[in-house]
Design a binder for this molecule. Structure first.
Ligand code: SF4
Length: 527
């Protein structure tokens, strides 16, 4: 039995709740080693350098927030988290620098605002993600927000789901562009309209996930209504709990069960746990590969607009979060949304207020009209706070964005994702340009570097990246990316996006585009 399985068997992670108060009084040194693992069930995770500070993750189902909740989140950051908040690729908010002493008050404030950290980390159902414009998108197929909430409650309220083999990720995609990336979730509900009957429902995808061995979720050829989707979500979670692999942590993901069973067997196993027959999946196609819902967009509610702003590498300060809340309150209905691209949207702004609201957001450093490269940038936490990281990510990506913006490089919609290790929290596998951190020894000095890969993407023609250049020194990355995007500007076909351009060229050609910043001959990889 691996260590985490033993810890879970001895005591459920959720049962550490009462201990948090006790540890807050007794101090960090009073926390037994095993309870550091159990604290994850309440979204509390030791942060680098393990000196008494914690990362705390707040679940925001579907990314949907009220202005009052945004203020509550900001108050915790201000008083306990050195003013930092990171938007994650699963629409959570992450704090850093919290201590066990201030944990009870931080969690109390969040709970009082209707927010929770419960099961934000650990071997449990994680935040249920969805389109940030559910319910307002003018071209959505289904308003998926109610399903997000129903699945979230169904999985959160059932203690039977609090000891899964590992993390478990659910997504609801009602948006016509399927911006929520259903293909990289353990189970995803993808809205479709039956072309013959006009009826709407959800196709079911199962077994996606990135990490070091990326898999795309596969269709099990099933179509369900909203009510049925809640039961299917629970049934798949039960299957993962009961049949998922628990011996090796590495293999303890639903994608490996799908790999071994295949979609037909998986469908049969799901069907066996349901009281209704699964119907056949409806035909479905992707329409937009790059939708991020930023900028000013008309909502389906007449006269109202959503204002999506770029949050550089997902990091907000207290002033920015409060400014966004205030704009939502003053010019909208007090509603905001976090995107899966680590950005933020203010909803329900009347047409006559769009200019004033945009100015207020711009003044807070949250540009409505952000550059292509700012919109494209996604990063994981990296070595600043992550114990598994080998490279800095957020500051490195800021360097890339600043360099490209200063050069006036505007390639249109694309994605560049940076990870501080192979685990892919920053999802480099599905980027047009993906960076994976590493280290090399050069002249006796250990230096950060990045492997550069290209050609990833979700949606139509989905693919994972493949490597084209290894061990680029971190400080050379901005220039190398600029070289590639310059080549794209020079050689692309009419209307050709970066994904198509990269796939049209051989690795050798792309390597040529990256330029001559070769790996120093005496650089030795550091394992
Ligand atoms: Fe940490 Fe690696 Fe995940 Fe980045 S990808 S947050 S470095 S585990």
């Amino acid at each position: 039995m691996n260590k985490v399985e033993r810890i879970k068997q001895e005591k459920n992670g959720l049962d550490v709740w009462d201990d948090i108060q006790r540890y807050a009084e007794a101090g960090f040194a009073a926390i037994p080693e095993d309870d550091f693992t159990r604290l994850r069930w309440w979204g509390i995770y030791q942060q680098r350098p393990n000196d008494g500070h914690f990362m705390v993750r707040v679940k925001i189902p579907g990314g949907r927030l009220t202005a009052d909740q945004a203020d509550a989140i900001a108050s915790v950051a201000e008083d306990f988290g050195r003013g930092l908040m990171d938007i994650t690729t699963r629409q959570d908010i992450q704090y850093h620098w919290l201590t066990i002493e201030n944990m009870p008050e931080a969690l109390r404030r969040l709970n009082a605002a209707g927010l929770t950290t419960q099961e934000a980390c650990g071997d449990v159902p994680r935040n249920v993600t969805g389109c940030p414009l559910h319910g307002v998108s003018a071209d959505e197929i289904v308003d998926g927000a109610p399903l997000v909430d129903r699945i979230n409650r169904r999985l959160l309220d059932d203690r039977g789901f609090s000891d899964l083999p590992r993390k478990f990720k659910v997504c609801v995609s009602g948006c016509g562009a399927h911006c929520a990336r259903p293909e990289i979730n353990d189970v995803a509900f993808v809205a479709v309209r039956d072309p013959e009957t006009g009826e709407t429902g959800y196709n079911v995808l199962i077994g996606g996930g990135l990490s070091t061995q990326p898999h795309f979720a596969q269709s099990i050829n099933a179509w369900v209504s909203e009510d049925e989707a809640v039961d299917v979500a629970a049934a798949v979670t039960e299957i993962f709990r009961d049949d998922g692999y628990r011996v090796s942590r590495h293999r303890a993901r639903l994608k490996y069960l799908m790999e071994d069973w295949g979609p037909e067997t998986f469908r049969e196993r799901v069907q066996a746990r349901l009281s209704f027959p699964l119907r056949t999946a409806a035909p479905f196609e992707y329409v937009d590969l790059y939708e991020d819902h930023l900028g000013v967009r008309p909502q389906k509610q007449a006269g109202l607009y959503s204002l999506g702003v770029a949050v550089l590498v997902g990091r907000l300060n207290v002033g920015q979060m409060r400014a966004a809340a205030e704009v939502a309150r003053t010019y909208g209905e007090g509603r905001l949304s976090l995107t899966l691209t680590q950005n933020l949207i203010v909803l329900d702004v009347a047409g006559e207020d769009v200019a004033r609201a945009s100015q207020a957001l711009d003044a807070a450093g949250l540009p409505v009209g952000a550059s292509d490269v700012r919109r494209a940038a996604i990063t994981c936490t990296g070595i600043e706070f992550c114990n598994l990281a080998v490279a800095e990510t957020k500051n490195r990506m800021v360097d890339v964005v600043n360099h490209l913006e200063a050069r006036g490089i505007a390639p249109g919609a694309f994605r560049m994702h940076m990870n501080g290790c192979p685990n892919s929290c920053g999802q480099h596998h599905i980027a047009d340009i993906g960076f994976m951190g590493g280290r090399v020894k050069l002249n006796g000095e250990t230096r950060e570097c990045f492997d550069i890969s290209v050609g990833g993407g979700v949606g139509e023609g989905r693919a994972f990246v493949h490597n084209v250049r290894r061990k680029v020194l971190a400080e050379d990355v901005p220039a190398v990316v600029a070289n590639l995007l310059d080549a794209y500007a020079e050689h692309r076909g009419r209307g050709e996006n970066l994904r198509t351009f990269l796939r049209r060229h051989s690795d050798e050609e792309i390597n040529g585009f990256l330029g001559s910043l070769e790996v120093p001959a005496d650089a030795v990889p550091v394992e």
